[in-house]
Each structure stands twice: as C-alpha cells, then as structure tokens.
Write a protein that binds this ligand. Structure first.
Ligand code: TXA
Ligand code: MG
Length: 319
C-alpha cells in the first residue's frame, strides 16, 4: 500500500474519507474515546482489511458505529434496557451488546459469527459527520496494531499503521482517552464486559441498580479480552511509589512527579488521568525504547480509576 493520506477535518476531507470507505478501504477517525479504524461494516473485504491492518486475532468481534438511534433497528433488537441506556448515554462512550436482528446485513466477520453485536453512537463531531456522510454502519476497533497502546492522536495512529491504511482524519486529541465502556444489554440485567470511558457508577445511578461483573471465564473470548493488551514494547511495573534505577516513571498526584514530568494527572484527577493515559504510555514507550522499563504510580480503584487500572494491568501482563 502507498502512504497513508492525512485528511483535514473539514468538508473536503470528510467527502474524501466517505469515498474511501465506499471503495472498501479504511479510514482512521477521531472519536471522543480513542481513534477508530473505520471500515464499511457490511463489506466483508473492508472488515477483513481491518483485521489485516491491525494484525488482529480473528476471534475478536468489532464495535459497529452509528450516528442515529433509528439506525439500530436494522441491525439489532433494542432491548428495553438498551433503550434506557441509549437515551441516557448516547451519543457517548458507551457500547451496548445487543441481539442481532434478522437481515442485519453486517459482514459476519464483524460479529465473529456471534448472535449478538456491539453498537456505539460516538459523540465526537468528526466521527458523527463521517457517519452521516457515509450513511451506514462503520466497524471501528481502536486504530492501533493489535495488542499495542490505543491511539489518542493522529500521530499515534500513524506511528502504528502508516502505510497499512488508506487515510486518517486529523481531528486532534481524544477528549476521553479511554475506550468505551461495554455493557451486555441482551437480557433484562446489564453485565459489564469492559470498564471504559463511562464510569460504572454513572450508569448505576441512572438505572438505579448495581451492575454485575461477569466471571473471567465469561469474558475470555469477548471484551478487553486478551490479558496482555495496550502494551508498551518494554516492561511495565504497577503501583510504583518511586522509580527504580533506569525506570521511566509515570506519576499520579502531587507526590509522584514522574520522569521528565510524565504524569497521568498532577492533581490526581481521574478524568484527566484517563485522557492522558495512552499519551503517557506512548511517551514512556518512546523514552524507554523497545526493551526499557516503565513504572506507574498507584491509581485509586474508584470511578474511571477502575478502567485506568484495567488498562494498566493488561499493559503490564506477562507476554
Ligand atoms: O471506544 C471504543 O470502544 C473504540 C472506539 C474506536 O469506538 N473502539 C474499540 O473497539 O475499542 P475494539 O474493537 O478495540 O473493542 C471491541 C471490543 C472487543 O473487546 C470485543 O471483544 C468486544 O468489543 N465485542 C464486540 N462485539 C461483541 C459482542 N458481540 N459480544 C461481546 N463483546 C463484544
Ligand atoms: Mg483496542
């Protein structure tokens, strides 16, 4: 493949991106969570290209992105629970797993042959504008090589996928900085499949109930998914109050300044930490090099801290 085009986030760029998608090629697009690698969800070849570009194991199904609630019915059955959640949190960083509708038209590769589909309506204006122009569902996993740190800027996308995808729309940094929260809403009781950019407590407040976390055996072939994920090239040590000799240290809070000022949030703010997490991992990865060592200060296990720690544990997992 030739060089990846960098498209401006304006009418011309969006028109070009939509044409590329219609031709079955791939475009990385900014969303409020992370950059997504978008392809036509109804086109087998486009979806296969997503797996190929990411080098992604085939058993991992993809999230399908929509811009309007009335597009859901064509693809999935909006359960009563899902309807409530969609009204409360869409557009936004929430993905709902729903039963597939007959005649959905999606490539079976998108769902990895499951009878369910993961749907999300992103809030980012560029993602929404692209979905409107394309006028159909877009499959979009995070726009990074499988297993690596998720991209939250155009530079991150290019660092991982330059030359492997047709284009990226340059939409600046992602505001949330963590992937969407994934809920199984196929039945009457929601099940949390992946912690993410929408805190579990926020969802529980709206529903007025506690959300079950499935046992690890339930989730092994589904979300979040592989134990080692989001990984820098070198090693990562968690809950580090001080760095060891030679380590690149990422701080959190005023008492842990980090190497060269690398910090998730000097104010110990979890929203800021979520937004900076992948930036800091990319920076530390660059400083540490392919075999270097990275350490991260402790992050509290509440609210978005749970999703942050989940990502950090996967990034640190033995490979
Ligand atoms: O924030 C996000 O969700 C980003 C942006 C681009 O929207 N997308 C993203 O997609 O993180 P991806 O493909 O990296 O993550 C998809 C996750 C996988 O862990 C997959 O296992 C799970 O969604 N998933 C997809 N379909 C599923 C289904 N039918 N049942 C259970 N889990 C599913
Ligand atoms: Mg991903």
């Amino acid at each position: 493949m030739t060089k990846t085009l960098i498209l401006p986030a304006d009418d011309t760029g969006l028109a070009q991106a939509a044409a590329i998608l219609r031709a079955g090629e791939l475009v990385a697009m900014p969303t409020e969570t992370v950059y997504g690698l978008a392809g036509d969800a109804c086109n087998d070849r486009a979806v296969a290209r997503i797996f190929d570009a990411k080098n992604r194991p085939h058993f991992n199904p993809l999230i399908v992105h929509l811009s309007q609630l009335d597009q859901v019915a064509q693809i999935a059955r909006l359960t009563q629970l899902a309807g409530r959640l969609a009204h409360a949190f869409w557009p936004g960083p929430l993905t709902l797993v729903l039963p597939l509708a007959p005649g959905h038209g999606l490539s079976p590769l998108v769902t990895a042959g499951l009878e369910t589909v993961a749907l999300r309506m992103p809030a980012h204006p560029i993602a929404r504008a692209l979905l409107e122009r394309f006028n159909g569902p877009l499959a979009a996993p995070s726009a990074n090589p499988s297993g690596r740190i998720s991209p939250v800027s155009t530079a991150h996308v290019l660092a991982g996928l330059d030359g492997r995808i047709a284009a990226v729309i340059d939409g600046g940094d992602c505001a949330v900085g963590l992937e969407s929260t994934i809920l199984d809403a196929t039945g009457p009781a929601p099940r949390l499949l992946r912690e993410g950019g929408l805190a579990r407590e926020t969802i529980e407040d709206v529903l007025g109930l506690e959300i079950a976390t499935p046992s690890p055996s339930d989730t092994i072939s589904a979300p979040g998914q592989l134990r080692s994920h989001y990984a820098p090239r070198g090693s990562l040590r968690l809950n580090a109050h001080t760095p060891e000799k030679g380590e690149i240290w990422i701080g959190f809070g005023p008492d842990t300044p980090g190497t060269e000022g690398l910090t998730l949030s000097a104010k110990a703010d979890l929203t800021e930490a979520a937004a900076s997490l992948f930036h800091m991992l990319h920076k530390a990865d660059a400083l540490a090099g392919p075999t270097g060592r990275i350490a991260v200060a402790p992050v509290p296990e509440t609210g978005l801290g749970r999703a942050i720690n989940d990502r950090l544990r996967r990034a640190a997992a033995p490979r």
